[in-house]
Design a protein. Sequence first.
Lengths: 362, 277, 295
Amino acid sequence: MTRTMPQTRNAKLRGVTGALLVILSVAIAYAQPGYPQGNSDRGSSAAAQTNAPQAASPSEVHVMHVQGKVYVIVGAGGNITAQVGDDGVLLVDSGLVSMSDKVVAAVRSITDKPIRYIINTHIHPDHVGGNEAISQQGSTIAGGNVVGDIGASASQGATIVAFQSILDRMSAQDGKDKAPQKAWPTDTYDGPEKKLFFNGEAIEVIHEPFAHTDGDSIVFFRRSDVVSTGDILTLAGYPIIDVERGGTIQGIIHGLNRLVYQITIPAEKQEGGTMVIPGHGRICDQADVVYYQEMVIIIRDRIQAMIDKGMTVDEVKEAKPTRDYDPLYASKGFWNPDKFVATIYQNLKDQHEKDQHPKAQQ
Amino acid sequence: MKADRTLRKISGVGGLATFALVILLANAGVNARSQAAGGAAQTPGAPTPRALAPLDLTGYWVSVVTEDWRFRMIVPDKGDYSSVPLNPEGRKVLNSWDPAKDQSEGNQCRSYGAAGLLRIPGRLHIQWENDSTLRVDTDSGSQTRLLHFAAANPPVQAPQWQGYSLVSWEGLRPPPPRTALQDASQVNSPEGYLKAITTHMKPGYLRKNGVPYSANAVLEEYFDSFKELNGDVWLVVTSVVTDPEYLTQPFITSTHFKKLPSASGWDPTPCRANEPR
Amino acid sequence: MQHRKLIGYIGSLLLALLFLCPRVSAQTDPTGEWDNRFHEDEPERIPGPEIGDYLGIPINDAARLRADTWTATLLELPENQCRPHPSDYSWRGPALLRIWKDIDPATQDVIAYHTHISWQAPEQTIWMDGRPHPPDYAPHTWQGFSTGKWEGDILAITTDHLKEGWMRRNGIPRSDRSTVSTHIMRHGNYLTVAVVIYDPAYLTEPFIRTTDFAYNPQQRMAPYPCEAVNEGGRPEGVVPAHLPGTNSFLTEFPANFGIPPEAARGGAETMYPEYIAKMKNMKTLPRPNGKHSDR
């Protein structure tokens, strides 16, 4: 037995040594040349697609935190801004009517607080379509003699804030913008701006006259330092000038100038700082607004120069004054470059007429 | 006791011997790799430089001139040496450039020397001349450069326009294992690039308008290749020309070529003193 | 006693193995202080490119018109004064470079590389941890969003979500629709950076440039604060620009250097050697002051 135990232990050690020798052999083999020859296919385009940007699916709604208390909900028509806090939820615009449930679900993914306000930037259906359905799922804080007069229903539904002309159009019996009563703004303003204080921050609702339409509002969240522009700024295309509803190129430019010179302040190196939620397109900042503003002004200036030369609208369209910006902004839909150019042409001619004969306009 | 001490001595010696044996065996592997990578005479049985190549430089390549356009696609004005760190002596030589004289005296290939050749727009054809020599032909100037992995033929010959190039695979390593951050589909590539040192060049021109380099210039080059997002394969040659006779500092350029599927477009030209290629 | 001997052998083997184990992550490290070398395109990169020089860039007509109507006066506007170079251009500019890395302390994997350029001090982050790029509606920045991976010993980077920038500092735009591919190659004390721009708006094919740096551990960079000032004289809402067809400076560059004006308009074909033969049939403009080339 005594002779067996050392022999058994030595056998184990020999076994371990043998295993280590095997490992050593492998290590030496690894140090030898002979690994696969490289080829010019170094790099793989397939791998480059692994981290490809995610495009929003057309039927899906997505939420992104912007800054401070402000979020954006995309994919429901126009961009929707959501300011969220202990007081509740304030929305800027309500998207398409068909997306209302998804919009509410998106809000619920952020908070379970009630929706207290909807502010409409303008009257188009991709921005006001959800007014009725979404506001009815919210509530207003009401009290005093309002409740005494109206009853409990005074609290029912979120407050819908908009410029006066939106209510006028929605409530007009024979108007093309006629809307159900529960979609109408319940709190309107007709001066230069309306001020709110909600969720611990001041909110300016600023009227931009005769821009995209005659009822545009820009909404500025002062502490979060975020501004919602409505369709005065749409990074996805040329600004639509809704002439039938009072829109003008001059108003668009005025609104963009206001964004650049009065509202937005960048942080460092022309980036960040005031964040901007356009009516359509990505979240941006002042530098992006500047590029867009410059584009609109440059195109306006070109068309004005052509008018000054006496060119007709068809001649101006043929000259294609937008062709260097078309790869970025041209749409094949109804608001194509020709339509944009023709509208600017007419706006400028009309403005010239007004300037020449101011009394005749009264 | 004496037997135990003897045994201890033997085990101590044996342990050291084992350690030494292992290191020797490993170094034998390393030496075989470095000899094959270049820089020493090839030992029989060692993998060849061609077998060791971590990237494929062979094929047809075309210059894509997106930089220094007016110094490459046309013959620049006499005396224009913008971007080149030329010293006063170099400027003197530059200002005496006479292309007609170069042509008549048989020096029309002066601007096609190794230190300036790849900057001339054109096509390259790279192939293995043999397992330890890469051959680079250019259609511009119809020049040939031989890049030698082994110093079997040391440079004892007279200086030539293309000089003598000794190359090696540098930074050779097998593909590293995938890290935890890489997804399962990622295939890691082996590492390494080609380094070339060229000496024994006849005096030549860095540019077609006579920006000079001397017979003492040393050309250091690095050849890399990668595949782009759209499938294009690129060759990038980083060149460093050191020439204290004419330059105030090493002159560094990087020239890029796109891989072509065939020799289509190959357009050989003779050396011409006053033409861009 | 016998097993002590064997333990001695085993210990020697283990010690030897330690000498043999290769590094797990062996890619070339690009970090450090890098001094730019302007041995290519120095006139364009330092003092600035000539108006109307579109040579060697595969631009389309839309880009040409943007550049033709651009004026440097635009950079005087307060809202444009502090723009840094975007990450695809910043390697080219008159600037020094620093690269450093973040390492996960637990795994020792590189999480990200960062670059800092001395002019306007932009910083780019290159994520190495496989994170996805942001969605379309996320903000764009001057430096964009970048992810990287090793291809052999070359660091390959893909960048998108860039703000609009420039391919040359004379008005040739690089749109915000672009994707940029960058390859960083280190050879000892030299760094070569290859940048390829894919711009569906303004390019007809990808546009590549390669830039070189030399290692300089003694390099010191100064801070670069920027505060916009109103230099006066221009009302708000006035955007300096040339009207189409009115920029009279466009022919100065080709005339000064004896380049056919048609070539100066750029485009993909101007990048390839075949164009040299085509230029032989093109007219050039008279040199200013009657100066002729000695070539």
